[in-house]
Design a protein around this ligand. Structure first.
Ligand SMILES: [Zn+2]
Length: 292
């Protein structure tokens, strides 16, 4: 373990660190009660396989030790009415965490569900009143498709604001994405060419379909977040080619990998400094700046 950390600090030198530091674009530092509930689901399905406990203090310390200076915190609505309380509760939680001296800038995410009375309400107020700068839609947990017609106004809002939307597509509780699920993303991207969509987990296991979608839509992105203990398998040549469309993410604290270990993995996939700078934060920072 100690050995691994030494190795990572070698590969994490300034040459491959993006300007401003590393961005983890996929974190779930949820309000404590919800964090416990989500963890109990993981404990039931993949007992003993997660790298972190749910206490955010050690998670933030580990992120900072790995060189992460910014984290996108992504709450997600699993059903109707959830976004209404979850977005403000996540904001309150982050306000507390922001008082710590961990040095990680925490970016608030908003969320929505098509069964909400007004699926745009919590998102718009999260953005306008609470400073949310990204949105997360969890189709797999929420049981909906990205192109649900009730999300039409939401997509228009996000496209107008250039607000990055992280979409975890899928209909199964395992969180797996299929080419059909990605076809729904394609329809959204066709209809809203200015929408900044980020396919979570590289659409695993439908990674080839995700990469072909990236070919088709210049505003489409994807994150490299593992699915619990499975790293998304991507050809290093594709990683090289797509680095300006790919974002590093850990899923912490609900991840099978420590952040150091993940950074090391992606470094070994492609040690090219430009690739590393983009994947480790250049791409994420560019998207946030465009939406500001
Ligand atoms: Zn996630």
């Amino acid at each position: 373990m100690v050995q691994a950390r030494v190795e990572v600090s070698e590969v994490g030198d300034v040459e491959v660190a993006p300007h401003g530091g590393i961005v983890d674009a996929h974190l779930h530092l949820l309000p404590p009660r919800l964090a416990r509930k989500v963890r109990s689901v993981f404990d039931a399905h993949v007992p003993g396989q997660l790298a972190y406990g749910i206490d955010p203090g050690p998670v933030l310390a580990d992120l900072a030790a790995a060189g992460v200076t910014q984290g996108w915190v992504l709450p997600y609505a699993h059903g109707p009415g959830v976004a209404d309380w979850l977005v403000p509760a996540t904001y309150e939680h982050l306000q507390q965490l922001r008082q710590g001296d961990h040095g990680v800038e925490l970016v608030l995410g908003a969320t929505a569900h098509p069964d909400d009375a007004d699926p745009l309400a919590a998102l718009a107020s999260g953005v306008d009143d609470l400073g949310a700068r990204v949105c997360k839609l969890h189709c797999a947990v929420g049981g909906f498709t990205a192109d649900d017609p009730r999300l039409e106004r939401l997509w228009r809002f996000c496209a107008e604001r250039a607000l990055p939307v992280i979409v975890h597509v899928g209909r199964s509780p395992s969180g797996d994405s299929t080419p059909d699920d990605l076809a729904a993303v394609q329809r959204v991207a066709d209809q809203h060419p200015d929408a900044v969509l980020i396919v979570a987990h590289l659409g695993a296991p439908a990674i080839t379909a995700t990469l072909r979608l990236l070919d088709r839509h210049p505003k489409l992105h994807a994150d490299l977040t593992p699915v619990v203990t499975a790293l998304p398998a991507i050809d290093p040549a594709e990683l090289h080619l797509r680095a300006d469309r790919l974002l590093f993410g850990s899923d912490a604290p609900n991840t099978g990998f420590g952040v150091h270990e993940l950074l090391e993995h992606w470094y070994h996939q492609s040690p090219d400094p430009t690739v590393q700078q983009q994947v480790r934060g250049g791409t994420a920072r560019r998207l946030l700046a465009a939406g500001a």
